[in-house]
Design a protein around this ligand. Structure first.
Ligand code: SF4
Length: 402
């Protein structure tokens, strides 16, 4: 297993945590709890009933009890910067508000110097650059290797978490080289890990409608498997609230769980809802706050072998993230600094890169803020200026309410 997994005996610790949180009264949540205690794993049919029939508060309670059994009050984050490399994309996924055609007035593609210029102002206070973008029709793997190696040369302390599975597939096709060779070239250039984007829902019928032309479910899993076998840790995501059913979400979680049984290479799972602004998916069902929190909790409950569950602030906002930290999430987006993909689709989350502000959010949710490295192998408790009664309850800007 890569990185920190918290208390290995979390199943043994779970009954006491559930009791401390008030106990379970919902029968479907009780079944999930019983399955964990007897097999360490929740069945797919029980998972589906957590979506369709179970009481939200009890689902959140079990998610939080598992989180507490693994990590106590600790909540992880890192100091990072998002740099989107290009918004030009040869595909046109219907849920995507970010992509542009090459001739669009606001299309852009960063040169190596422009990429470094975007990092430079933040470089002394961040640990990680998170870079993803569109599928550029001309750039091949050598361009990305140049971006990564140039960033590593200028800023050697930075971890480079770059490129989603579909970008890796695109580089493989454009250069007519194997996926493993694309990944090896990028690892040699200094790539630290892959973000998990592009999983959407791992069901090819759904994918055909929401992101036709993207990698298939099997290809997504194979690319992550190949990365894991090369020693490259990855994250995984789930975009919910488009057209999928509860069972399709559960099957998605099961596919991640199975691959993780084989490789142990997923560090973190990031479930987030579809944001509709400037997208082309009128049939989307959308996600309420109830559904978002429920999905985060069920992700924690189902993914017994994935160490971390992230509350993706850039998508769900700071207030829902704070609730998610009491519903199974143990990790929250870092400082971010700049973000386009979610903001183009309607997110209003602040990208102000202020560690103290993030710590206040975590502390107000009852957590202990722990700054972590990209690969969850270095940690430090973030101590902001001594808290006082006056600054304990800080109001976040109204713009953050989603
Ligand atoms: S989601 Fe990614 S692959 Fe799909 S259109 Fe947007 S940028 Fe392109």
């Amino acid at each position: 297993m890569i990185g920190s997994v918290g208390h290995a005996d979390w199943v043994d610790r779970l009954p006491n945590r559930v009791k401390e949180l008030g106990g379970i009264s919902d029968k479907y949540v009780q079944t999930a709890f019983d399955e964990i205690i007897s097999n360490g794993r929740v069945s797919l049919s029980t998972g589906e009933s957590l979506f369709l029939k179970a009481d939200l508060i009890d689902v959140m309670l079990l998610g939080h009890a598992i989180k507490q059994s693994r990590y106590n009050d600790e909540v992880y984050f890192n100091s990072n910067l998002h740099v989107n490399i290009t918004n030009i994309c040869v595909l046109a996924c219907r849920f995507c508000a970010f992509r542009r055609g090459p001739r669009a007035a606001d299309a852009y593609a960063l040169s190596v110097d422009e990429y470094l210029d975007r990092i430079r102002p933040y470089s002394s206070r961040i640990d990680e650059v998170h870079s993803v973008g569109g599928l550029h029709p001309e750039w091949d793997v050598s361009y990305y290797a140049k971006l990564i190696s140039s960033a590593k040369q200028k800023f050697p302390h930075l971890s480079m978490k770059c490129l989603t599975a579909v970008e890796i597939k695109h580089l493989s096709e454009i250069g007519d080289i194997k996926i493993s060779d694309v990944l090896s070239t990028l690892i040699d250039a200094g790539l630290t890990s892959l973000p998990g984007g592009g999983a959407e829902i791992l069901d090819d019928d759904v994918r055909k409608i929401i992101c036709n032309g993207k990698e298939s479910s099997e290809e997504y899993l194979e690319i992550h498997r190949t990365a894991h076998l090369l020693g490259l840790p990855t994250n995984s995501t789930m975009l919910f609230g488009t057209i999928e059913t509860a069972m399709q979400r559960i099957n998605h979680l099961e596919k991640i769980r199975k691959l993780q049984d084989d490789t142990g290479g997923f560090q973190c799972f990031v479930p987030y809802p579809f944001l509709p602004d400037r997208t082309r998916l009128p049939q989307a069902q959308h996600s309420t706050g109830n559904e978002t929190l429920r999905t985060i909790s069920i992700s924690r409950i189902m993914l017994d072998n994935v160490p971390h569950i992230k509350a993706y602030r850039m998508n769900i906002g700071d207030y829902l993230s704070a609730l998610a930290l009491n519903a199974g999430a143990d990790d929250v987006d870092g400082t971010v600094g700049h973000e386009e993909i979610m903001h183009e689709a309607g997110s209003q989350t602040s990208v102000e890169d202020d560690l103290d502000r993030l710590s206040i959010l975590i502390e107000n949710a009852g957590g202990i803020p722990v700054r972590r490295s990209t690969t969850y192998d270095q940690f430090v408790i973030h101590r902001r200026r001594p808290p006082s009664d006056d600054d304990r309850w800080v109001s976040l800007p109204v713009a953050d309410m989603v």
